[in-house]
Design a protein around this ligand. Sequence first.
Ligand code: OAD
Length: 296
Amino acid sequence: MGQEQSSPVDESVPPQTLEDRSVESVAKYIRDGHAKKIVVMVGAGVSTSAGIPDFRSPDTGLYSNLARLNLPYPQAVFDISFFRVNPLPFYTLAHELYPGKYRPTISHSFIRLLSDKSLLLKLFTQNIDCLDREAGVPEDKIVEAHGSFALQRCIECKTPFPEDLMKQAVSKRDVPHCLTPQCNGLVKPDIVFFGEQLPENFHRNRSLPCTADMCIVMGTSLTVQPFASLPSFCSDEVPRVLINLERVGGLGTRADDVLVLGDCDAGVRKLAAGLGCEKELEAPVGGDQPRAKRQD
Ligand code: OAD
């Protein structure tokens, strides 16, 4: 496994695995059957076109827009020590972000397409919006590295809390408490807060990128560890494709790194075109509901 360099690969250095460092070449490599175990690593950028803000984009990112919650610092909304003292800001935000209001994006559909074609080894996501599941990516293919809204439990005695009561609490912006007699601890979705351990499923699968034959990173700033290190576990000769608004995390430093800088839906559309599956990509998800944010 190579050490990441900090500067981009010299353009005059030829790639070792791909014909060239282009989307077309990546598509050809897949079409020719060389990539059958693709790991995909994503963050909030794959959901922005659904209407969910990312975290760190200047102006539009969540962390620039939390003044209304009166937090000591933006990340406090996801900090377990702060939550114990003041859970209300998190539940105010949960009301806005709770699954059910948003529809999967083209980027989510692309991941489902890889899975349908038996090309997806694993999806590692930092997102808590469950849109990959909604797009039809099988649950056993997904590693929710930062947890999700799918389950919830008491932060003290760990007793699971019923989903219907959670939905009620979130819709009323109430803070739910444990139903176990004498406990009354705070209930929190199984989202990994700063100060908490990542799920067992992440640790079980974190070395999987070593066995991948392609890596696609989309819509993440790769700033939060240990997730941010996952692309570096891929072997040196394995093509790594970054589809993101900006260059991040040392991607672009290896001979077979391909940078597709721009909107990720546009990037996967290009890749799908190269694979000859644009129509499948655009097929409606879960019936004929629109992809855009639902109007409640
Ligand atoms: P960030 O907000 O840090 O990064 C999002 C990345 O996606 C940035 O590089 C954006 O430029 C890019 N981006 C945004 N919209 C895009 C689009 N339409 N097309 C392509 N790229 C786009 O979000 P994450 O990397 O997901 O942790 O953040 C990682 C973790 O930090 C989150 O899981 C969360 C947060 O604190 C927890 O909640 C524990």
